[in-house]
Design a protein around this ligand. Structure first.
Ligand SMILES: *[C@@H]1O[C@H](CO)[C@@H](O)[C@H](O)[C@H]1NC(C)=O
Ligand SMILES: *[C@@H]1O[C@H](CO)[C@@H](O)[C@H](O)[C@H]1NC(C)=O
Ligand SMILES: *[C@@H]1O[C@H](CO)[C@@H](O)[C@H](O)[C@H]1NC(C)=O
Ligand SMILES: *[C@@H]1O[C@H](CO)[C@@H](O)[C@H](O)[C@H]1NC(C)=O
Length: 258
């Protein structure tokens, strides 16, 4: 304490004479912050892992859904966690353009899925900052390399809607991993936790979901959770919106199988 006071007073003259720099927080755009948070955490995890005797084991049998998913029904007894993907894409909405107070209607989503099983199993916080950083890269950059920019996570599937109420996940779409396909419908929904990361236009994160397989699932796939959502929500009303529009989102999908 004495020392720091002394140091302060010794530095005093030059410190107080220094020009007033703008506050860093005020000038770093959100996209740069998200990417640098990810890079910094990645660097510190790499540093930590140097101290390990062996590489971290990617064992999904020991991994459970995030605590905030407790508001959803748990995975059914007898199912095992088969795969965790980061999904990056768009939520689609429609609007009644003749009615400014109408509410946008969700009409499905389109996303590419990236194999995040090991990163979530070993570093869930790193997976979260990666998804946040990935929001700020155009998904077309991922398409070129079939990897989630800015990481080397490989594409493990695609997600779209078969009809208004049938979400479809094709985890056989890429050569590297053949995990199965699952058409599914909503079983339960809870709002994303308070403080969930906002999207590119500062919109709230879409709900967390539990989905159940409809007939036609393969690979033993039975249940899917959407958790750790980022962005993707529509504006509160249709005022000024076109008849159809997309909102960028990212999330984690957890797949349970027999
Ligand atoms: C995902 O990637 C990891 C390596 O990072 C691999 O061990 C695992 O088998 C992959 N596939 C699935 C289905 O998670
Ligand atoms: C406009 O949308 C609001 C909210 O959905 C609804 O209550 C109202 O009836 C709609 N008006 C017309 C003219 O459709
Ligand atoms: C959700 O699934 C549980 C079983 O896992 C079932 O008891 C419940 O009725 C389902 N609810 C809906 C709305 O589908
Ligand atoms: C919505 O999703 C479809 C794929 O199902 C996509 O082709 C379309 O471009 C998306 N956007 C809009 C605004 O409809």
């Amino acid at each position: 304490m004495k020392f720091s006071l002394l140091l302060l007073s010794a530095l005093g003259a030059s410190v107080w004479a220094a020009p007033a720099f703008p506050k860093v927080e005020a000038v770093v755009p959100e996209n740069i912050r998200a990417i640098s948070d990810y890079m910094n955490m990645l660097a510190s995890k790499v540093q930590e892992s140097r101290g390990l005797a062996s590489p971290p084991v990617c064992d999904l049998s020991k991994v459970s859904l995030p605590e905030a998913a407790a508001g959803l029904p748990p995975p059914s007894p007898g199912l095992v966690l088969k795969h965790i993907a980061i999904g990056r894409g768009t939520q689609n909405y429609t609007c009644d353009v003749s009615n400014a107070t109408a509410v946008p209607q969700a009409v499905g989503a389109v996303a590419t899925l990236y194999n995040a099983s090991c990163i979530v199993a070993t570093n869930p916080d790193l997976a979260g900052t990666l998804a946040k950083a990935a929001m700020h890269f155009n998904p077309s950059e991922n398409a070129v390399t079939q990897q989630l920019v800015p990481s080397n996570l490989g594409a493990s599937g695609v997600h779209y809607f078969k009809d208004a109420t049938t979400a479809f996940f094709n985890l056989d779409a890429f050569p590297t991993w053949k995990i199965g396909e699952i058409p599914c419908g909503k079983n339960a929904s809870i709002p994303a936790p308070v403080g969930a990361p906002k999207g590119l236009n500062n919109e709230p994160a879409v709900a967390w979901l539990k989905l159940l397989a409809k007939s036609g699932a393969t690979g033993g796939l039975e249940e899917v959770y959407r958790v750790e959502t980022i962005g993707g929500s529509p504006p509160a009303s249709c005022r000024g919106m076109p008849a159809q529009f997309e909102v960028q989102y990212a999330t984690e999908y957890w797949f349970y199988a027999k």
